[in-house]
Design a protein. Structure first.
Length: 182
């Protein structure tokens, strides 16, 4: 539960430093500095939580109807990951290890991704996505190697290399096409 600035003002420096350590924040500075750091972190976490809660909702088109293609793409992605024993990971908050990307983060990233605003549009050799699956694949590979990494969750010996990337794209597109015809 986030603390208000009034609640923090009554805390002593050791208590504020403990809060900072709990959030992996710097513990140096004056009391006001620590309070501001904690409040900013709590605000950031609250916004992230709201974003993830919205991502958990069924995707809707502008007219309010269910975006079936979005849900098909997401289902195909998680089915592929389960079948092939891969999962997306991101650097953990401490910055020293990886943690599995929350499925809601993947949904949120896909919902928010705008292929028209992508820097990839500046590259004349990169095709413009023509359907939801192509948008997802572009978004996914845009995140991969920067914010996310794909790891083998079974034994850790299979790399998400170029061959697996090609198979991923091919099987995702085939699964999408099959799902649309059913």
């Amino acid at each position: 539960m986030p603390m208000s600035s009034e609640e923090m003002k009554v805390l002593k420096m050791p208590e504020l430093k403990d809060l900072c350590r709990g959030y992996n924040l710097k513990v140096s500075g004056k009391k006001d500095d620590l309070c501001q750091r904690i409040l900013a972190h709590q605000w950031k976490m609250e916004l992230k939580q709201q974003r993830l809660e919205l991502a958990d909702e069924i995707a809707a088109k502008p007219d309010g109807s269910v975006d079936d293609e979005f849900e098909i793409v997401i289902k195909n992605y998680f089915d592929w990951c389960k079948k092939n024993h891969f999962a997306a990971h991101e650097i953990a908050e401490g910055g020293y290890s990886y943690k599995k990307v929350d499925y809601r983060e993947i949904r949120a990233s896909f919902k928010e991704y705008d292929p028209d605003a992508s820097t990839l549009r500046e590259d004349k050799y990169v095709p413009v996505p023509q359907n939801k699956m192509e948008v997802f694949i572009e978004m996914f590979f845009d995140k991969l190697g920067g914010q996310w990494e794909m790891f083998d969750i079974n034994c850790g010996e299979v790399e998400f290399d170029e061959g697996v990337e090609e198979r991923f794209s091919k099987e995702m597109k085939e699964g999408f096409a099959t799902s649309l015809t059913q």
